[in-house]
Write a protein that binds this ligand. Sequence first.
Ligand code: PGA
Length: 265
Amino acid sequence: MARTQLMGRTPLMAGNWKMNLNHVEAAGLVQKLAWTLSDYRYDNAKAQAAVIVPFTDIRTVQNLIEGDKLPFTFGAQDVSVHDSGAYTGEVSAAMLAKLNCAYVVVGHSERREYHGETDQVVNAKALKVIAAGMTPIICVGERLEIRKEGTHVPYVLGQVDGVLAGLTPAQVGAAVIAYEPVWAIGTGEVATPEDAQEVCGAIRERVSASFGADAASKVRIQYGGSVKAGNVVDIMAGPDVDGALVGGASLDPEEFARIITFYAR
Ligand code: PGA
């Protein structure tokens, strides 16, 4: 059993496809993932799994997962801060909820870097996701220069304060926070298990101080950044690491199935 399950939290292994796979390719990957998980005798009581897909893939993925009762859920990679109206190109939380998305990632470092999203915007998006009845996966994480300065813990805690502003303790307890050091994303440069635990533990302490012990014991805190089948077991050994947000490796069904079933090794 994973350490995190001893604390009453079920690990969440989420695959962020980013801007990869059209809807036909998405159907192929979801089916292959389901077959591979069944080969591995995947038990979703031991670790939950989700695919976080491009908007254009959601309907196809929904039909497959719901129609075939596959043992994992799905979600979106971003959402609008607006409810509806003249916002060309935006997708609302209500639209995603109507498609039965379980999760919506907000504040991924690529959104922050290429689209100028601030903690305030990420906070507004998280609140929209919650109001629409879905679970936000709220991303935080420091860039390389902050890590080199050694100020990564206070920096990330400042982000946590910003992105969780205005949430109730119950909403925080039901949310997912993803700690993704920017220098470890897509670089093959993985944080050590100690690095991951250090920051995930500090985030939980901050949640406890700001929202209470109950919220802190329930909130799931993922690590993300170059997670692979070969390093996931060590990363998941941290008592405050409740799952992984997996980019590149989630596009390979064999690799992602091995990541999801980390608990068996
Ligand atoms: P990576 O991406 O696993 O390819 O490093 C992680 C992420 O950006 O969520």
